[in-house]
Design a binder for this molecule. Sequence first.
Ligand code: DON
Length: 336
Amino acid sequence: MAIRVAADDSTTSDALSDLHALMRLLHDEYKTLDEGNVATYIPELANANPNHFGICIAAADGRTVAVGDCDVPFTIQSVSKPFTFGMALQHCGHERVWKHVDVEPSGDAFNSIELQNGTNRPHNPMVNSGAITVTALLQEHYGADTFDAILACFSAAAGRPLTIDQSVYESERRTGHRNRAIAHLLLNFGLVPDDAEMALDVYFKQCAILITCRDLAMMGATLANMGRNPISGDSVFDVPCVKDMLSIMFTCGMYDYSGQWAYRVGVPAKSGVGGGLMAVVNRLAGIATFSPKLDAHGNSRRGTEVFAALASRLGLHVFDCLNVGSSFLGVVLGTD
Ligand code: DON
């Protein structure tokens, strides 16, 4: 199904139903893709229903198109990382964040126990070591209110009050020895304060925040709308922070698949082991998928394929020479 919509040959609502039809088609096509595995290293995540599958697009003006399981709650996991990074940039300052975390792709797994040669900083804020460091910076700023501040920020981005999945949080707190090792490595190099366990505890909580595929698309739409939630109008992130968040998502958001993702999909994105995947089409839309079976990199298997298909059908890649998708989405979403 090739979609070519020009501003003069389709009304917005025709184009919207074309988009809905394309999303239904992709949902049908990829629901039979049965590769990958549900995460089990956090025991509670092993209870995820592997059949859940949702695709949602939220425009920068807040209109949404959803197909499949878009209202099923799941934990945000690593999709939290660009948002806490944005909070740290905003509240601790660019310079301070930069001193603690670099912005280079690591080429290694998200949970690798390593720091950058020479500087001993985490490679970037999307891998666990960088994200725990960012949370520690937030902890220095907000003290005992850190998790509440994170929850309030994520809720403002999603446009509704979010909550935490207590059992996933406790499950990771009980079994997250690898992250505990990372936190203590960071402590060794002075990147987190003496109370590394406190920052780690907040990190586990931020990962256990419950969102839906629809929430995730709206959080992406908040970034596409330059940091302002499209429905409430609330300013969640300043414009320069959004630029930095999207940049780091583009280069590091898919871990050691980031290069292939940039090649195949070409939009800033972030994945989580709960099965969520969020991408941002600059100034136009947030797009999210939810499917809990993961590939070896920890990225949703179906999600990756749906995004590759959407990018190629709609021409979403930032370097797409025809820029078909951006103009298509512009027509559909009324931003032209
Ligand atoms: O720290 C962890 O291992 C998890 N709470 C989050 C990891 C994650 O989501 C990796 N992303 N795909």
